[in-house]
Design a protein around this ligand. Sequence first.
Ligand SMILES: *Cc1c(COP(=O)(O)O)cnc(C)c1O
Length: 437
Amino acid sequence: MNEKKKILELDDKYIWHPYSQKKNEADPLIVVSGEDDKIFDIDGNQYYDLISSWWVTTHGHCNKKISAAIKNQLKKLEQIIFSGFTHAPAVKLAELLTSKLPRDISRVFYSDNGSTSVEIALKVAYQYWYNQGEKQRKKFLAIQGGYHGDTLGAMSVGFSSGFYKPFADMVIKNEFFPCPFTWEGDNEIFEKEKNSLEATDLLLDQIENEVAAVIIEPLVLGASGMKIYRADYLDKLVKKIKKRKILVIFDEVLTGFGRTGKMFATDHLDSNPDIICLAKGLTAGYIPLAATIFSEHIHKQFVNDDFSKTFLHGHSFTANPISCAAAIASMEIFDEEKTLEKVKLQESCHKEGLEFLKENSKVSRIRNIGGIAAFDVMGHKDEYGSELGNKLRNIFLKKGLIIRPLGNTLYLMPPYCTKKEILENVYLEIDKELKRN
Ligand SMILES: *Cc1c(COP(=O)(O)O)cnc(C)c1O
């Protein structure tokens, strides 16, 4: 039996894929290798990875420096318990990360995926108040439509994203506030922002003393359709929340590491959160690693002779040395190759491409920030797993382009090494296929 057939048979028999309905899904693509902005399938076909392999790949696939860093670390130490033990890659990475974050956000708790980094943020925020005797602060506030991962706590603050209907009775009930999304040519934005801030204030007036923290995907709501909102509004929102002493968590799992044109989304603001969650791009997309980084005043509430004030939480692979080595190499590349300038170039390519698409009657609600570009396709239902999404996905795949619409939202988020010519061609292809379908 040929290898391709064998892999597909075994996959069909044994594998349960994430976010996939087996019943009517086409055979998965068998990927054998990657290089920069491309991946190659088992038949030798080439594809441009325009979604950064589910938003994780920053510097491109199989980058030499990161691969070498991983190999070097492997020669020394592959894993060590992180309670009572430490190692150079973990502390070096913590120093590098905190040097790029707002000054006070400097206490790093490692884990291994975005959802878990969120769970840790929520649990610490909760216990922060508990340790101070404010046991009534049991609620979290989150943006309507926000997504924070698929574990229980993360679902409970992302419930309004619409992915979790079967679990309605299982999750903790939290409160959600409206967010004023915007797009090109939106002339109601200031009114929307004013209304949102007022609604949030009203909500907070009622439940202020029950709220432990507010969790926010800053500037971009990824999974619910690359919805973008303005930094100026977020700044006002954060200031309002902090005035009430409620903790602010930024879930930068997607926005971290250059996606919005700055190293972190928080860099677009005047104000700062108290907690930042990082994962996806942390190791440039090479190995699982996450970090939840806390303001020192939060950490202080856990340093005590009373053992019951300890944060009793940990994971087997906390601060895995190989993952940390990959992340350090990635951070060094940002400096050595001036990666943020590459993102700026990518942003201007997106702006040109989107300008061109404006003429297309199927294109609406055009939006862009940093390396992320998105628009909605007119005349189709806004549903995850919609027919249109699957159809377009397959059409682009045949053309060697990996694009996976979210409902009726088509977006691009390529690795930062993707060249201008490639993106120009992608926009031409999108225009052509939207006119045809
Ligand atoms: C992807 C994502 C998560 C979850 O990260 P996983 O590593 O998939 O668990 C959390 N928050 C945001 C904003 C994300 O985009």
